[in-house]
Design a protein around this ligand. Structure first.
Ligand SMILES: Cc1cc2nc3c(=O)[nH]c(=O)nc-3n(C[C@H](O)[C@H](O)[C@H](O)COP(=O)(O)OP(=O)(O)OC[C@H]3O[C@@H](n4cnc5c(N)ncnc54)[C@H](O)[C@@H]3O)c2cc1C
Length: 405
């Protein structure tokens, strides 16, 4: 396993860093992300940067070349996505933002030829956006076996009924990929759900509200009702009963993509902290001369370094053995990385004093991002449970062998 930036992408990384400086960071000072129901897929400011990105070939880095992407292996994507993640606008500017990136991946892997033509192609081109509609207010998202939304077969159609929330990006999305129960209630929980494409202009697709969420002025995490939404049976993704299997395939890469981007956020907060610590004078010396600030800087450096190496390791495992083999590594970096991000941004804010919590700097935006990171795509506790169960399994079986249980 080689930790260096691979020679094939060194120029790309250098150019992308410049691209971020020139075109993406300036977006943070405007209001580029105002979305409207039924409006254009992207706001004008983002579209302008996307056009430049496409012209330079910086597009859909997460997808294979045959699907219209850059076809990067995970090990390469770690480096590229870290750079893009340095701004919350980076991924959207190159057509790789969540939840579209995950939706595009599952459409590519599990979609029929017709689904790819109708839904995937415009999504990859950046002409449409989408949302992923799984979590429900009434049941724990951490344990999706008990989701209540149903899709009942009626001739050549399914009729979808249910209540979802945190369907990020539903405003302005062309379609939702909905996790719905298609099997009987007593069926194997892992086989009773399906993923169904519901176009957002289907009668009965109702956005009740954008949920006000910290750090999201546009309330783009939507609460959605599905009221007798009739969609063609051909809109089932990958076959009936495969919802859980596809969700696993979607969430694994999605989580590592988040981690790659969080390294970028943490690195940018770290740089900001070091810059300020060497400039600001208190009690006759710069902050950087103080032992406690040095301690924070050293701790933050070590944390980011460990996080990056762990992410590279998970990527290497996915590239060499597939994402199922890397489940433990992915869960490790999901909670570890979220904690590192949170800790580094918190320290950077403290070093800046009042300036740190002002909206003049990106740190407060990063802080809110870091807090959300500990919940979405599985809260910390669920990933710790996954890791602990795997770690403990051989001890449990050894105990059973010993005790004859
Ligand atoms: C910013 C953001 C964007 C999101 N985007 C989407 C999206 O696009 N589509 C979508 O479908 N969902 C989305 N979600 C929802 C997200 O996936 C869920 O919030 C998450 O899965 C947790 O589910 P929950 O909120 O129902 O919490 P619950 O499952 O009710 O858990 C509540 C708390 O219980 C604790 N807990 C849970 N399980 C355990 C355990 N085994 N042991 C100990 N403690 C435990 C944790 O501390 C957890 O935070 C988003 C959420 C956020 C915050």
């Amino acid at each position: 396993m080689d930790f260096a930036i691979p020679p094939e992408i060194r120029d790309l990384c250098a150019n992308l860093r410049r691209f971020m400086e020139e075109h993406v960071y300036p977006l943070e000072r405007g209001e580029p992300w105002r979305m409207e129901v039924g409006g254009a897929a992207y706001p004008r400011a983002i579209r302008a940067v996307q056009e430049r990105a496409k012209a330079l070939g910086y597009w859909a880095f997460h997808l294979p070349a045959e699907a219209g992407g850059a076809g990067l292996p995970f090990m390469h994507y770690v480096h590229v996505n870290e750079i893009l993640g340095r701004s919350p606008y980076g991924p959207a500017c190159v057509g790789s933002q969540a939840p579209d990136s995950g939706n595009a991946e599952i459409l590519w892997r599990f979609g029929s030829a017709e689904q790819k033509e109708r839904w995937l192609r415009p999504l990859v081109d950046g002409k449409t956006r989408s949302c992923f509609s799984m979590t429900e207010p009434e049941v724990a998202g951490s344990d999706p076996r008990w989701l209540r939304t149903t899709a009942v077969r009626d001739g050549d159609h399914y009729v979808v009924n249910g209540h979802k929330w945190f369907s990020s990006g539903a405003h302005g999305a062309a379609f939702a990929i909905v996790m719905a129960r298609t099997g009987p209630e007593d069926a194997d929980p892992h086989r009773r759900f399906s993923m169904i494409i519901v176009p957002t202009d289907t009668p009965g697709f109702i956005i009740e509200r954008g949920i006000p969420v910290m750090g999201d002025d546009d309330n783009h995490h939507a609460e959605v009702r599905y009221e007798d939404c009739r969609v063609p049976a051909a809109n089932v993704l990958g076959g009936e009963g495969r919802g859980f299997a596809i969700a696993q395939e979607r969430l694994g890469p999605g989580r590592i993509h988040h981690c790659m981007r969080w390294i970028g956020v943490a690195e940018r907060a770290f740089e900001q902290m070091c810059r300020y610590a060497t400039e600001r004078e208190v009690f006759g010396s710069t902050l950087s001369a103080r032992a406690n600030i040095q301690d924070w800087i050293a701790e933050a450096r070590a944390d980011i370094h460990a996080f990056r190496l762990m992410t590279l390791h998970a990527a290497w495992r996915i590239d060499s053995e597939g994402q199922q083999a890397a489940r433990e590594e992915i869960s490790l970096i999901k909670f570890f990385g979220a904690r590192v991000l949170y800790g580094v941004v918190d320290k950077a804010i403290q070093v800046h004093g009042a300036a740190g919590v002002s909206e003049d700097l990106p740190l407060s935006m990063f802080y809110r991002q870091a807090r959300l990171a500990r919940i979405y795509d599985g809260p910390d506790e669920v990933h710790k449970m996954v890791v602990a169960r795997r770690v403990l399994a051989p001890y449990e079986s050894a105990r059973l062998t010993r005790t004859g249980g």
